[in-house]
Design a protein around this ligand. Structure first.
Ligand SMILES: Cc1cc2nc3c(=O)[nH]c(=O)nc-3n(C[C@H](O)[C@H](O)[C@H](O)COP(=O)(O)OP(=O)(O)OC[C@H]3O[C@@H](n4cnc5c(N)ncnc54)[C@H](O)[C@@H]3O)c2cc1C
Length: 456
């Protein structure tokens, strides 16, 4: 492709900024990143409080985040944040020792879990070979095609009819393979991190994010965090790019015709040769001249309602580490705190962040304000009561996120991804961002890498 092409990128989150980085690396530097808000980073959002930064959005990575590491090297950033320790509590606040091998009573069960996890690892390498490449191209038809999840990230492709199983909800997949206990390990960095329940989410998503290596690194505590927050990765990247993102860009219209893309932004029309959309595709038809096929496919997307709340805890009740509440990861406890995140050791004036899911497939969406009230109650039960100031709880920030866009099993199995991938490049338009792979920092950045390698 002509290196002077004028390229518009919509969205200044990890996907959009990394698309610009990978384009630059290939010699394309005639691009503009349009960001709707007044800051970059998207869901990597790290506000300031009392001289430090806390996390309202993304928190962590692990050593298998090879694509995020590309950005670290490009932008001169290091994962220099506080260590992340966690333990377990019951919803009534008592410590939960079900994963603690020092509690002898749990050992027989833990050994069974360990044995199933080992078998699962073997199965993924054999029966499900190719399960962990970037994106979902071909999966519904039993193919794989993308970058391997290895430090070398070699491009691999091949046929494996068993991959069709990845369209099943993860619960069914584990049942089919007779490994139900694997769920106990995978659920922790999945449901509590807002990615939904295993009876509704296709296995393809679960395993793109939680491939075997990544999961073992998560549970083994090989966690990366950033002192100035995950947002600082993307701020540094934005500063390093030849063209920083154009903030406060209000795109009201996109027309694609005669191999050109006409974008009306802040009331003025600009003309481009190519368009990369990393903003939610679900809402793309609201401002773009979408075809019927685009409209139909994008209308299948659903997302998780995942809320975060930053609260200041009573001084003498400030926790010593982060806690998971396993029973609140069950669907019947929707709307209750599944995890609370302790970022700064022994800093009781820094916020603790709690995490709640508010919706599940086919069910009603719980009321946001009601959930906020629940969390204050939950934190009290969990032994971390929210501090009061002038008779009001000290909730210093609330996040109501458009989280983890995905499609469900029927559409996954019917080749949703192959249909969208077949549209790549048509009408001068490319699709990237969370929906195309998975809603975490590494998969979104890796997908932008893959897209640039395939088409530019
Ligand atoms: C609470 C929470 C915890 C998380 N924890 C982790 C974690 O620990 N580790 C991890 O890897 N990931 C985590 N994530 C997920 C991670 O943040 C996202 O997957 C990642 O940010 C997605 O990148 P993106 O660029 O595709 O989308 P986003 O980050 O959503 O960025 C999209 C950008 O597009 C902009 N935009 C939207 N519409 C328009 C438009 N019409 N015009 C112009 N711009 C537009 C938005 O303002 C935004 O800046 C977490 C997210 C949240 C919310």
């Amino acid at each position: 492709m002509d290196k002077n092409l004028k390229i518009a990128i919509i969205g200044g989150g990890p996907a959009g900024l990394s698309a610009a980085m990978y384009l630059e690396k290939k010699g394309y530097d005639n691009y503009v990143v349009f960001e709707k808000s007044d800051h970059v980073g998207g869901k990597c959002h790290s506000p300031h409080y009392n001289g430090k930064r806390y996390e309202m959005g993304a928190i962590m990575g692990v050593p298998s985040y090879h694509a995020v590491h590309d950005i670290e090297l490009f932008a001169g950033v290091q994962h220099d944040g506080p260590a992340l320790k966690h333990a377990y509590k019951k919803a009534n606040g008592k410590r939960d020792y079900q994963f603690d091998p020092k509690h002898i009573i749990h050992i027989p069960h833990l050994l069974k879990v360990k044995s199933q996890v080992k078998k699962f690892g073997e199965l993924l390498e054999t029966k499900y070979k190719g399960y962990d490449v970037t994106g979902h191209i071909g999966v519904a038809n039993g193919h794989y095609d993308g970058f391997a999840c290895t430090p070398e990230r070699e491009h691999i492709s091949g046929d494996n009819p068993n991959l069709k199983d990845l369209s099943m909800p993860f619960d069914d997949f584990l049942k089919k393979n007779n490994l139900p206990l694997v769920k106990e390990v995978w659920v922790q960095p999945f449901t509590s991190f807002g990615y939904g329940y295993f009876d509704e989410i296709p296995t393809g998503y679960v395993l793109k994010y939680l491939d075997f290596t990544t999961t073992l690194q998560f549970v083994g505590g090989q966690i990366w965090t950033w002192k100035d927050g995950t947002q600082s990765i993307y701020e540094a990247l934005n500063n390093k790019l030849k063209h920083a993102a154009t903030l406060n860009s209000d795109i009201t219209k996109i027309v694609r015709k005669d191999n050109k893309v006409y974008i009306t932004v802040n009331g003025k029309e600009e003309v481009f040769d190519k368009l990369i959309v990393t903003a939610p595709l679900q809402y793309f038809p609201e401002y773009a001249d979408c075809s019927d096929e685009e409209k139909t496919l994008f209308s299948k997307i659903d997302y998780e309602r995942y809320d975060t709340e930053a609260c200041i805890i009573e001084k003498d009740k400030y926790p010593d580490q982060s806690y998971y509440v396993m029973e609140n990861m069950e669907p019947q406890n929707l709307g209750h705190v599944m995890i609370y995140y302790h970022r700064w050791f022994n800093e009781p004036d820094q916020p603790i962040i709690n995490y709640v899911l508010r919706h599940r497939k086919g069910g009603e969406e719980l009321n946001y304000d009601q959930c906020c009230a629940n969390t204050i109650d939950d934190m009290k039960k969990l032994g971390c009561p929210v501090r009061e100031e002038n008779g009001k709880p000290m909730i210093i920030n609330k996040g109501k996120w458009y989280y983890f866009p995905h499609v469900y099993s029927e559409d996954y199995a019917a080749g949703w991804y192959d249909k969208v991938e077949a549209m790549q490049g048509k009408n001068s338009t490319f699709y990237a961002g969370e929906i195309m792979s998975f809603g975490d920092m590494d998969e979104t950045v890796e997908f932008s890498h893959d897209l640039v390698e395939r088409y530019f």
